[in-house]
Design a protein around this ligand. Structure first.
Ligand code: PEP
Length: 251
């Protein structure tokens, strides 16, 4: 039985005051909810303030990125130890905006996934196809490649730290959502691939989130799919009432 996992990706939004206010609002709204794992991923600079606001709650903290080196001359980057130092549990890795805006490759993402696990963080490892790739009928090939390359060298023990987020790029921030059937089809393909790579027991235990314009109105039908174990939420995670409503729908 996989426990549902809903994570909010705040992206490059908020300021110090609104980040704390959003976190505090969620703590209040979600008090007592323990049947769903919940995390929020604010910008790096607000992690510490948000960690303080979440301290007496079940809501976990995550980063939106992490670098694979431990320390040194890597200007602008943030290490696993630094993130753990400010109470992060999770790290989003390979988000489509990092792949397609910042140019991150499967190889770099693989190094980050590996380093995050070794460094004691739980990766939320993102995969997903572009619209042109879906239209060309190559969704499964693209996503399978991203999963295989992103998880290269990750052994049976270490994979248990990973949540996979399937996020069709054409659905992120566009208001277009994959239909529940489209999401389920790719999630089932990913689980099949995980079965090949890690065996049935591990594949059945791993959580696969859907992301792409998830909101209160489509949460129930997406989460009603057998292989959709949670949501990675962008826009709708910026409002207490929307994100809390999504978590409560799942709970
Ligand atoms: C995301 O950023 O991971 C995301 C899914 O964004 P949105 O929910 O806004 O589409």
């Amino acid at each position: 039985m996989r426990k549902p996992f809903i994570a909010g990706n705040w992206k490059m939004n908020m300021n110090a005051a609104s980040a704390v206010s959003l976190a505090s609002g969620l703590v209040k709204e979600l008090e007592g909810v323990d049947s769903v794992d919940v995390a929020v991923c604010p910008p790096f600079v607000y992690l510490q303030a948000v960690a303080a606001a979440l301290s007496a709650s079940n809501i976990a903290l995550g980063s939106q990125n992490v670098y694979f080196e431990e320390n040194g001359a890597f200007t602008g980057e943030i290490s696993c130890d630094m993130l753990k130092d400010v109470c992060c549990t999770y790290a989003i890795i390979g988000h489509s905006e990092r792949r397609h805006v910042m140019g991150e490759t499967d190889e770099l993402i693989n190094k980050k996934v590996s380093a995050a696990i070794n460094g004691g963080l739980l990766p939320i490892f993102c995969v997903g196809e572009l619209l042109a790739e879906r239209n060309a009928g190559t969704t499964n090939d693209v996503v399978a490649r991203q999963v295989k390359k992103g998880l290269e060298g990750i052994c049976d023990e270490r994979i248990q730290a990973v949540t996979i987020a399937y996020e069709p790029v054409w659905a992120i921030g566009t208001g277009l959502t994959a239909t529940p059937e489209q999401a389920q089809e790719v999630h089932a393909m990913i689980r099949g691939l995980l079965t090949e790579l890690y065996g049935k027991d591990i594949a059945q235990s791993l959580r696969i989130q859907y992301g792409g314009s998830a909101k209160p109105g489509n949460t129930a039908e997406l989460m009603g799919q057998p292989d959709v174990d949670g949501l990675l939420v962008g826009g709708a995670s910026l409002k207490v009432e929307d994100f809390a409503a999504m978590v409560k729908t799942v709970a």
